[in-house]
Ligand binder design. Structure first.
Ligand SMILES: NC(=O)c1ccc[n+]([C@@H]2O[C@H](COP(=O)([O-])OP(=O)(O)OC[C@H]3O[C@@H](n4cnc5c(N)ncnc54)[C@H](O)[C@@H]3O)[C@@H](O)[C@H]2O)c1
Length: 428
């Protein structure tokens, strides 16, 4: 073990924890990063980002050269630092309940090593009441009172992956401390960044984080449901959205698309698990989750003989959102599985992900159907449009819930695309 003691330990060097650890180190703090994933630790030790993050390569190179980030595979080592930030995953069980196993396991590893003065920060997204649970757990197991002996707070990560380096200095940092001194102690840690700090109660911090994501998840479910309604009524979803929004002060309907990812797909469950309106957010989830099946059924209605058996389907995009390499909880995977169950011959292209995929040309060549499953900016380029105009089979069906290709239709035929204007850019 090296000296001197780190200023802060970050437990869980994932998409949230690693950029945070690097950013603290870049601000001059001595940081200990902890992760159980040996491959990840090796990459970090070699000064390599294990995933894409804008500006991440330069940042890790700078921090690597500074020597201010050390790593460990043992959670107990985190207790060398006075401030311990938990950035572990908090998935949801399939029966709609937060899965706290990683948090519990880290707390249990830390328990014997905690001492008065320690600050424990929950940076992970958690269900309401979890921060108070952590404080209560420490008191029951070790007799350490939160706000007096140790400091416990929720400081939720609200940054979107890919925008970390910009947003860490601008997004208000919410701190919900337990007891008298916790908020102030944890605020001192985050003063390393330029963002304003907003103090509140632990449960309000928890609710603010999950409801920001519930808002987004619901905002995207509405145009997704409208897309399905439009199919039922023979209407064009993009035209209806334009009619809703155009010069209308109370408009603001979002665009349809694949709405998923590790956060949106599970954070609603942290409200739904003890809901006052059981099923409401579950319905939102079901709408977003049904988009791949909606597309497959729409394709089957349009292809000759209504079958995908033996037809080539090119899926463009495996990531869960635009221009990211993050495939976790992507609906593109669900789409691929559904297509395979129709005995389609599925070819996949994604320029960002680490999963091996085919080059664009190979995926598109002689395709009977092309589905845009992620709205990567690469798919909006003239080169992609050109490839789409020439490579697929005659009469190829283009399926584009994002309107990435500018056809202005969810289901269009390739020959219509050549006539369409330049595509708009779309959310989410
Ligand atoms: N990804 C995002 O964009 C984002 C944004 C805001 C909030 N969040 C929330 O932040 C939290 C972390 O998300 P993430 O995407 O960074 O997760 P992640 O899965 O990328 O990272 C978690 C890391 O913790 C490590 N880990 C797990 N158990 C461990 C243990 N016992 N000891 C040491 N390391 C351990 C894993 O190896 C992994 O590297 C979640 O609660 C998530 O909901 C994520």
């Amino acid at each position: 073990m090296s000296d001197p003691a780190p200023d802060v330990a970050i437990v869980g060097l994932g998409r949230v924890g690693l950029p945070l650890a690097l950013s603290f180190a870049d601000r001059g703090l001595r940081v200990l990063g902890v992760d159980k994933d040996a491959e990840r630790l090796d990459a970090i030790a070699a000064g390599r980002m294990p995933f894409q993050e804008d500006g991440g390569e330069e940042l890790i190179a700078r921090v690597h050269a500074s020597g201010r980030l050390e790593t460990s595979a043992r959670v107990a080592d985190a207790a060398r630092a006075e401030a311990i930030v938990l950035t572990l995953g908090t998935p949801s069980f399939s029966h709609i309940e937060i899965d706290m196993r990683d948090i519990r396991s880290a707390l249990d590893d830390l328990l014997p090593h905690l001492r008065p003065g320690h600050a424990i920060v929950l940076r992970s997204t958690v269900a309401p009441g979890t921060t108070e649970f952590v404080a209560g757990y420490l008191e029951r197991q070790r007799g350490l009172r939160a706000g007096e002996d140790v400091f416990v707070a929720h400081a939720p990560e609200r940054i979107a992956a890919g925008r970390f380096l910009e947003e860490i200095d601008t997004l208000p940092c919410i701190v919900g401390g337990v007891g008298a001194g916790s908020g102030e102690r944890v605020a001192r840690l985050f003063e390393a960044f330029a963002a304003p700090i907003v103090q509140t109660t632990p449960v309000q911090a928890e609710l603010a984080k999950i409801w920001a994501n519930i808002l987004r998840y619901t905002q995207f479910a509405l145009p997704n449901l409208l897309m399905m309604d439009c199919e039922q009524h023979g209407a064009n979803v993009f035209e209806v959205i334009d009619l809703v929004n155009r010069d209308y002060p109370r408009g603001g309907l979002a665009q349809p698309g694949f709405t998923a990812g590790t956060c949106l797909r599970k954070d609603f469950a942290f409200s739904e698990e003890r809901s006052n309106a059981p099923g409401m957010l579950l319905a939102v989830s079901r709408v977003n989750e049904s988009v791949p099946n909606f597309l497959v059924q729409g394709i089957k209605r349009r292809v000759p003989d209504g079958t995908l058996n033996g037809r080539k389907v090119a899926v463009l995009g495996l990531a869960f959102k635009r221009d990211t390499d993050d495939e976790r909880d992507s609906l593109a995977h669900k789409l691929v599985r559904l297509l395979e169950r129709e005995l389609a011959d599925v070819a996949i292209h994604d320029p960002h992900v680490t999963t091996p995929t085919q080059p664009l040309d190979a995926a598109l060549r002689e395709a009977d159907v092309v589905v845009v499953a992620a709205n990567h900016s690469a798919f909006e380029t003239p080169a992609t449009r050109e490839a789409l105009a020439t490579l697929p089979a005659a009469g190829c069906l283009l399926v584009d819930p994002w309107n990435c290709l500018g056809s202005g239709q969810v289901f269009a035929f390739a020959d219509e695309l050549a006539l369409s204007p330049a595509p708009p850019s779309s959310a989410p």
